[in-house]
Design a protein around this ligand. Structure first.
Ligand SMILES: Cc1ncc(C[n+]2csc(CCOP(=O)(O)OP(=O)(O)O)c2C)c(N)n1
Ligand code: SF4
Length: 317
C-alpha cells in the first residue's frame, strides 16, 4: 500500500494555506471550511479539480484564483475524469522516466457538488472508480443545486423545499428520499469510502489522511451546510452541522474495501430529528398541521438507518 506523508493534527492549524481566504462563497458556506480542512491534511503536492458549481464559480474568477496548487476546471459533469486523466498521464510519464522529480508523487483530488456527483457526473465517477484510478473524489453535499438557484438533486432529502420541488398548499416539497451514495460507491469495491462533516474536523482530517494513504480510488461524502438554500443564519453553519451529526441525520462512518463498516462518531446525547429540521427554513412547512406527520416519518427513517449501520458494523467485527 502507498504510504502518504501525513500531518500531525497538532500542526494542522499552522499549515501553509493552499486555499486562500479570498473567495466569493457566501459568508458561512461550509464548502470553504471543508476544502481548507482537506488541503491542510497533507503536505504533499496536489493536483486538484472542481466541477462547475458554487466552489468553482466562487474561487476562480478570472484573473483571480483562491487556489495555491495546480487546479483544473472542466465541466459540471466530468471533473472526476479530468483528474483521473491527469493521474493516468502522471503514471505514464513516470513509467517512461520523463518526470524531473519522480519521487514527489502528488495527490489527485476532484471536488464536486451533489448535483455533479449524485446526478450529472455519476457515470464519469463510476468509470473512474471501476478503472481504479489513484485519486480522491470529494462530494460537497449541500443536498441541492445551489449555484443555479436551489434546484433539487437526488441528494435532496424528502420534505425539503427546493425551487423545483417547492412546498406549499398542495405539496410538502421533495418527494424522494436521498440517494444512498455511500452504499453505491462502496459497491464499486472502492478501497475507502467515508462520510465526513466540517464540525467534526478531527474525524474529517483523520479520514482524509487515511484516504491519502490509500492506493486506489477514494470517495468522501462531505456534508456541506448551505446557508442560502437551507435557510439559516451564516453564523450557524457549525451549529447546524452539529444538529445533523448529533441527530444522526448525517451519521459519520467509513467503509473499507466495500464491506467493512466502522461508525466513527457516536453522539453522547442523540438529539431529536425535529431539532435539526426546525433550525432550517427549507423544512419550515413541516411544522404545520398539514405536514407535521412527516417529522415522525423522518425520525423513523433516521432510526432505521442508524440501526442498519450498527448491524452492518457488528456483522464485520
Ligand atoms: C452540462 C451542464 N448542465 C448544467 C450546467 C449548469 N450548472 C452549473 S452549476 C450547476 C449546479 C451545481 O450544483 P452542485 O453540483 O450541487 O454544486 P453546488 O453549486 O450546490 O455546490 C448547474 C446546474 C452546466 N454548467 N453544465
Ligand atoms: S449558495 Fe450555498 S453552497 Fe453556494 S456559496 Fe452560498 S452557502 Fe455556499
Amino acid at each position: 500500500m502507498f504510504q502518504a506523508k501525513t500531518k500531525n493534527l497538532k500542526n494542522f492549524s499552522t499549515s501553509a494555506e493552499r486555499f486562500e481566504g479570498a473567495n466569493l462563497l457566501c459568508p458561512g458556506c461550509a464548502h470553504s471550511i471543508i476544502v481548507r480542512e482537506v488541503l491542510n491534511a497533507t503536505n504533499d503536492n496536489l493536483i486538484l479539480g472542481a466541477s462547475t458549481g458554487c466552489l468553482e464559480v466562487c474561487t476562480a474568477v478570472y484573473p483571480h484564483t483562491s487556489w495555491d496548487a495546480s487546479w483544473i476546471h472542466i465541466g459540471f459533469e466530468n471533473g472526476s475524469s479530468a483528474v483521473a486523466g491527469a493521474e493516468a498521464m502522471y503514471k505514464a510519464l513516470k513509467n517512461k522516466g520523463r518526470l524531473k522529480q519522480p519521487d514527489r508523487t502528488p495527490k489527485f483530488v476532484a471536488f464536486g457538488g451533489d448535483g455533479a456527483t449524485y446526478d450529472i457526473g455519476f457515470q464519469w465517477i463510476s468509470g473512474c472508480f471501476e478503472r481504479g484510478h489513484d485519486m480522491m473524489y470529494i462530494c460537497l453535499d449541500n443536498e441541492v443545486y445551489a449555484n443555479t438557484g436551489g434546484q433539487r438533486s437526488s441528494s435532496t432529502p424528502i420534505g425539503a423545499s427546493a425551487t423545483t420541488t417547492p412546498a406549499g398548499r398542495i405539496s410538502y416539497g421533495e418527494k424522494q428520499n436521498k440517494k444512498d451514495m455511500m452504499a453505491i460507491m462502496a459497491a464499486h469495491g472502492a478501497p475507502y469510502v467515508a462520510q465526513v462533516a466540517p464540525n467534526k474536523w478531527k474525524d474529517m482530517v483523520a479520514k482524509i489522511q487515511k484516504g491519502f494513504a490509500t492506493e486506489g480510488p477514494v470517495f468522501i461524502n462531505a456534508m456541506s451546510a448551505c446557508t442560502t438554500e437551507w435557510k439559516f443564519a451564516p453564523e450557524d453553519t457549525i451549529a447546524i452541522s452539529d444538529l445533523a451529526t448529533d441527530s444522526l441525520v448525517f451519521p459519520l462512518y467509513e467503509i473499507i474495501e466495500g464491506t467493512k463498516l466502522n461508525i466513527t462518531y457516536r453522539p453522547k446525547n442523540v438529539i431529536p430529528v425535529r431539532d435539526y429540521l426546525g433550525a432550517q427554513g427549507r423544512f419550515k412547512h413541516l411544522f404545520t398541521k398539514q405536514y407535521e406527520h412527516l417529522i415522525d416519518e423522518w425520525q423513523a427513517r433516521v432510526d432505521a438507518q442508524w440501526e442498519h449501520l450498527q448491524r452492518r458494523e457488528e456483522a464485520c467485527l
